[in-house]
Design a protein around this ligand. Structure first.
Ligand code: GLU
Length: 376
């Protein structure tokens, strides 16, 4: 029997860490590739389920529903495993909640769109308004999970918990993290302390707020972190422990898709005004600067941004740095230029808030700035 070793970093990781375990499996004849969700566990009986909290699971795809054709492979198809299979095959899930599952999309979250956001938001609001569910869990790719979580946190009107969950390894990988993450997401969703906390992300034993969370590592299972705000809590050997009080969010009406065009412009050395001029020519309604440091950029880019703000384009200064606030009027005179400082929000989240504000008719820089300060 021969073992082919591929040269991806994912492959190397598992080769180094887990070769011994894989060898034992292979030598004992376990050569079939069995996804982590394959062993379907029976759900609780109907009587038990009647007393359990009702959780609606909405599946959108991502690695958590990914499948590879061999266990050590770094290559896989996002969204190959359906919502029903995700729910019915995580051991013990049926003892935590009475679950129903629906497929909203089957995508890698790099393809997340305004249409799917609207679909998700409308379905969740309906489920809560019509008393169909006590909590919602959304399975989602990690690439844009923070944007979907933040979007939903702004447009949902509810005190019921909404938990986004993903994984970094596909279901077919050795050490797949999806099943444990789904279990913990449901644990958090049904915990009585979760009420009033809005939209959360649960991954790898950690609970993070929609506002605070961001993807910080391209491959590690400990990727979702809240660099500026810190985590909301932890799932500690079956115990849900919140370490922060619930924060007050803000509500913006769910607009029609597509959302207003808001561009993110990434700042770099030797920066000219071209990208900003293109955004203006493309009729962007807003520009978010992923600035250097405290939201800085070159003189040429700043002059172009001032022109954009003078034309009524909403200009927000955020930062390409992974941690820290962008404050008003430090090296840039925001008051004079009509700019908004993004505070704790990274460029991709600043974009979501700017889109929703513009769609709700809020474009005055002072009002936009107030919204950026609201809820952090
Ligand atoms: N790019 C895929 C996605 O975001 C996979 C990443 C993941 O789920 O962790 O859906």
């Amino acid at each position: 029997m021969s073992i082919t070793i591929q040269s991806s970093s994912f492959r190397q990781f598992f080769t180094q860490k887990l070769l011994a375990a894989a060898m034992v499996s292979l030598l004992t004849g376990f050569i079939a590739v069995a996804p982590a969700y394959a062993q379907e566990k029976p759900m609780s009986t109907t009587n038990q389920q009647a007393a359990l909290p009702r959780v609606l699971l909405l599946a959108t795809g991502g690695t958590i529903a990914g499948s590879a054709d061999n266990r050590g492979s770094g290559a896989y198809n996002s969204g190959a495993i359906g919502a029903q299979q995700l729910v019915s095959s995580v051991a013990g899930l049926g003892d935590l909640a009475s679950l129903s599952a629906e497929q909203i999309a089957s995508i890698g979250s790099q393809d997340m769109s305004d249409d799917i956001w609207r679909k998700l938001a409308s379905r969740i609001q309906k489920a809560f308004d019509q008393g169909e569910a006590d909590a919602v869990v959304i399975t989602h790719g990690t690439d844009t999970m923070e944007e979907t979580a933040f979007f939903l946190s702004l447009v949902l009107k509810t005190d019921k918990p909404v938990v986004l969950v993903g994984s970094m390894r596909p279901a077919t990988a050795l050490g797949a993290d999806g099943p444990a993450n789904i279990y913990e997401a449901v644990q958090v969703a049904v915990d009585k302390e979760s009420k009033g906390r809005g939209v959360m992300v649960v991954m790898n034993d950690q609970i993070d707020s929609a506002r605070g969370v961001t993807k910080t590592h391209s491959t590690s299972v400990q990727t979702m972190q809240s660099p500026n705000l810190g985590s909301e809590g932890y799932v500690d050997l079956g115990h849900v422990r919140f370490v922060k009080p619930a924060a007050q969010g803000q509500f913006l009406k769910l607009p029609e898709a597509p959302l207003p065009r808001v561009e993110i412009i990434y700042s770099h050395s030797n920066m000219d005004a071209l990208q900003i001029e293109h955004a203006m020519a493309d009729k962007a309604k807003g520009i978010v600067l992923a600035g250097m440091g405290d939201g800085n950029t070159s003189k040429a880019a700043l002059a172009a941004l001032e022109k954009a703000a003078a034309q009524g384009i909403v200009v927000v200064r955020s930062t390409r740095v992974s941690k820290g606030y962008v404050n008003r009027n430090v090296e840039v005179d925001d008051s004079k230029s009509g700019f908004i400082a993004s505070m704790d929000l990274n460029p991709q989240k600043a974009r979501v808030l700017t889109q929703l504000l513009i769609a709700n008719g809020v474009t005055d820089p002072q009002k936009v700035q107030e919204a950026f300060l609201n809820g952090h």
